[in-house]
Design a protein around this ligand. Structure first.
Ligand code: FAD
Length: 503
């Protein structure tokens, strides 16, 4: 087969891939991007690009016959999930033995499905996790650059206090306050000016119409509207969608060779393509990038990758849970889908937790406070290649999840005690489960900065091969991760374009 070549190839179009492509394009380097998901720009029969969470259709999930929403039940009934026909939908849930991982599929990666929370971690914790990175430079240059490019904004506090759409957050704030806990506003990439127009009835509702995990039709500054628009605007960047990179190797002249399967809407492989490039940037996310590199090392196509490839993976300590409020502590029938507040108990050295106050929009009053707790779980797991099945496996155990649950429970037991409230037992399946301990939204690690790569994401053992995504983060960052992933990618690109690509 003919090999299509480009000076630079970027695999994946999430945060890490977007930063790499924009900065390469601006430097005048012709760049080809390979993304396994769709470009989400075409409306379906309902005139909408994305489907809603309440009436999911084929657009919701990546080749499924039934949706797999994080909250599987309500009052123990399987009312949340719906049968759908297989299609390259926008949200995927990747299953490993004891952990499943939610990821976005499409141009924009996780930015298409996430809650938009744009949080910069505490500088002290960043330093703890990245001891070899100059934190002053990160906080002085790269975090601000990332926030500006991503379109981060904050909710008007007066509107927050008055709107019904955030009653749920105020109720959770009150419960936390009763336990002596501190809450803090968190920035977001959703346009709060647009949200206020939604509330006023002058704009089509998106965050106020339950849209989030299956995509937002309006209001959200996902990467296709920020980094990708700018990258394509350079005229040097081309994106191929519905092409999944399957393997990586190196040719005799030192260039990289990629094999990619092009799929159709049924998932059938319609073409297998060969690509070649001088510079290869991996932005497939913690799972996508790590799987490609582990496989390449273990089947021997990139044998010089070191033992740190595949290691150092964590869930960012994610645990989801719900509390039942008293009947007088209502959460409101309508909830905005973009979280804007967190309970910040990270400074508690006995039990550091940052808990996002999460929405649960059901269209009726349900008295539930939902949370996504980010705990300082020190447990890490590794990916390995299983030659028998040809699959990459993850050795995360249930006991490792139990560490996150224990930490979340400590914090929320305090809140329940102070408020004389209890947990909800009916949200996560038929087994009266209180803590969702079997999924994460924040896969981090697998190719950790300074271990699998040098301090700038250059993969050890190979030149002109880079990792720019969440695989670089060592398993935990204490807050929602995409601003950190973006800022680290900006730092890598600033260095690499100066040092590695001189003509
Ligand atoms: P991704 O964004 O995952 O992008 C990787 C891309 O590469 C994907 O498009 C994928 O399809 C593609 N790809 C992978 N492998 C291949 C391959 N072999 N060939 C071709 N393409 C490939 N974070 C926050 O900071 N704030 C939040 O509020 C927040 N909420 C979240 C809510 C949900 C429901 C989810 C799922 C995540 C949330 N996150 C949030 C996490 C955040 O979205 C991720 O941390 C972030 O997207 C990771 O960025 P990345 O660049 O590492 O990879």
């Amino acid at each position: 087969d003919a090999v299509e070549t480009a000076p630079a190839i970027v695999v994946g179009s999430g945060y890490g891939g977007a930063v790499a492509a924009l900065r390469l394009g601006q430097a005048g380097i012709r760049t080809l991007v390979l993304e396994m998901g769709r470009l989400w720009n075409t409306a379906g029969g309902d005139d909408k690009v994305f489907c809603s969470t309440s009436a999911p259709d084929q657009r919701s999930m990546w080749f499924r016959t039934r949706t797999e929403a994080p909250l599987a039940a309500f009052l123990w009934l399987d009312v949340v999930n719906k049968d759908i026909s297989p299609y390259p939908g926008v949200l995927d849930r990747v299953h490993y033995d004891n952990m499943s991982v939610y990821v976005g599929r499409g141009v924009g990666g996780g930015s298409l499905v996430n809650g938009g929370m744009a949080v910069t971690p505490l500088k002290s914790y960043f330093t703890e996790q990245f001891p070899t990175v100059d934190a002053d430079e990160m906080y002085g240059t790269y975090y601000p650059r990332a926030r500006a490019m991503l379109g981060v904004n904050t909710i008007d506090p007066a509107w927050f206090e008055s709107t019904e759409w955030y009653r749920f957050a105020r109720t959770s704030r009150k419960a936390a306050g009763n336990a002596g806990l501190k809450t803090t506003f968190v920035p977001n990439v959703y346009d709060f000016g647009y949200m206020q127009q939604e509330a006023a009835g002058t704009a089509t509702k998106s965050a106020l119409a339950g849209e989030v995990i299956y995509g937002n039709n309006h209001g959200k500054r996902s990467l296709d509207k920020t980094y990708w628009a700018a990258a394509l605007g350079t005229g040097n960047v081309t994106i191929h969608t519905m092409e999944k990179v399957r393997s990586l190797s190196r040719a005799g002249d030192g260039s990289y060779v990629l094999t990619a399967d092009r799929i159709d809407d049924t998932g059938a492989v319609v073409e297998t393509k060969q690509y070649g490039c001088t510079y290869l940037f991996l932005g497939g996310g913690s799972l996508g990038t790590t799987e490609l590199l582990v496989r390449a090392r273990d089947i021997g196509t990139l044998p010089d990758l070191n033992a740190a490839v595949g290691a150092g993976w964590g869930t960012n300590g994610n645990t989801m849970l719900g509390r039942a409020n008293h009947i007088w502590d209502t959460v409101g029938a309508g909830e905005a889908t973009m979280p804007v507040m967190g309970i910040d108990d990270w400074a508690n050295t006995d039990n550091p937790v940052f808990a996002e106050i999460a929405p649960l929009p059901m269209g009726f009053e349900h008295w539930i406070s939902l949370y996504l707790a980010i705990t300082k779980n020190p447990e890490r797991a590794s990916f390995t290649y299983d030659s028998a099945s040809g699959k990459v496996k993850l050795d995360w155990s249930a006991a490792q999840s139990a560490v996150s649950v224990g930490m979340a429970k400590k914090l929320f037991d305090r809140i329940n005690l102070a408020n004389a409230t209890i947990y909800r037992y009916d949200l996560f399946g038929p087994t009266s489960k209180v803590f969702a301990d079997d999924f994460t939204y924040h896969p981090l690690g697998g190719c950790v900065l300074g271990r699998a790569t040098d301090d700038y994401g250059r993969v050890k053992g190979y030149d002109r091969l880079y990792v720019t995504d969440g695989s670089l983060v060592p398993g935990n960052i204490g807050v929602n991760p995409f601003v950190t992933i973006t800022a680290l990618a900006e730092r890598t690109m600033a260095r690499v374009l100066v040092e590695d690509t001189a003509p």
